[in-house]
Design a binder for this molecule. Structure first.
Ligand SMILES: Nc1ncnc2c1ncn2[C@@H]1O[C@H](COP(=O)(O)OP(=O)(O)O)[C@@H](O)[C@H]1O
Ligand SMILES: [Mg+2]
Length: 300
């Protein structure tokens, strides 16, 4: 009997629908080359694992718990959502939903509250991805009786016992995450994939803006492009700059000024006017004036 597999990784990838998600990830997210290639690697691992199982090569499912490190607005949450979709399509998890939490969702204020809280979240995430943002806040060494430790223990157990139907992704700043792993070797040893999200270059931020605008059915007119480029290069150097999130927030404010300007025209508006953002909508930003000290607010 020929035991060779008639399904190539390529056809399997196609059939699972994961190819489409991977293609969208590549197309809809600017830059992030190292991140994208790591996700392709993980998809390959899962596909080969399935082909191996098909021909009777048994092994335990690979551990897929991950850590996403990077500054705010570098795409960690967005990629985690896509990752969850890919994992479902490759049959690693059943549902592929993402449950995004922070310490407050897992840890209680009083004795006896933490275990049920954490278990409830784990239950909700089962069959999908549990995304723990700023995960290092779970560990507070300065507080000897911090309930975070209890939450960590329960998470570790779930990560071990449900490794074939629950993927935990820890996210946060790189240096704080490193410190966290330094004092939590149990957690460190269960994280199989560390993916670093670099800050975007000025060029990438411009591309992200254009992509966001296209998705929103807006466009910059010709003078608006260099104006926004100036905006980006100033804003990047200010406090509270949050990469792509700051771009999204800036576009929101520009749309607001655009709307106010059109409103003031008090005339019949053409479709072109309705979708075209002008340099003046951008140049009115505080970033060009005294905003240099303060920065614009880009809350989460
Ligand atoms: N590479 C990218 N290309 C296009 N949009 C991006 C990219 N990275 C982030 N974004 C957008 O920026 C915003 C913030 O991203 P997010 O994933 O929330 O960042 P983080 O979780 O790292 O803080 C989202 O609206 C997201 O769609
Ligand atoms: Mg996030």
């Amino acid at each position: 009997m020929d035991t060779s597999c008639d399904r190539t990784p390529g056809t399997l990838l196609e059939a699972s629908g994961a190819r489409a998600v991977l293609d969208r990830l590549d197309a809809e997210l600017v830059g992030l080359a190292p991140v994208k290639s790591r996700i392709h690697d993980i998809a390959a691992l899962l596909l080969i694992d399935r082909l191996r199982a098909d021909v009777g090569l048994q092994s335990t499912p690979p551990s897929l718990h991950m850590c996403f490190t990077g500054n705010p607005g570098t795409g960690k949450t967005t990629v985690a959502l896509r990752m969850a979709e890919v994992l479902r399509q490759l049959g690693y998890v059943r549902k592929g939903h993402l449950v995004a939490v922070t310490r407050d969702d897992l840890v209680g204020q009083f004795i006896g509250h933490t275990a049920p809280k954490t278990k409830e979240i784990v239950k909700k995430a089962m069959g999908g991805v549990l995304f723990i943002d700023e995960a290092y806040y779970l560990y507070k060494p300065e507080n000897e009786r911090d309930y975070g430790q209890e939450s960590i223990e329960i998470l570790l157990q779930a990560m071990e016992n449900h490794r074939d139907d629950l993927v935990v992704i820890l996210a946060g700043y790189r240096d704080r995450m490193d410190t966290f792993f330094g004092s939590n070797p149990g957690m460190a040893s269960r994280i199989a994939h560390h993916i670093d999200f670099p800050d975007y270059s000025e060029d990438e931020l411009m591309q992200i803006a254009q992509l966001m605008l296209a998705q929103l059915n807006y466009r910059f007119d010709e003078p608006a492009v260099p104006a926004f480029n100036r905006y980006v290069s100033l804003r990047r150097r200010q406090a509270h700059f949050a990469n792509a999130r700051s771009i999204r927030n800036a576009l929101d404010r520009i749309r607001l000024r655009h709307a106010t300007r059109l409103f003031g025209l008090n005339a019949a508006l053409t479709p072109d006017q309705l979708r075209t953002l002008a340099a003046e909508d951008i140049l009115a930003s505080r970033v060009f004036g005294d905003g240099l000290r303060e920065g614009e607010k880009d809350g989460h």
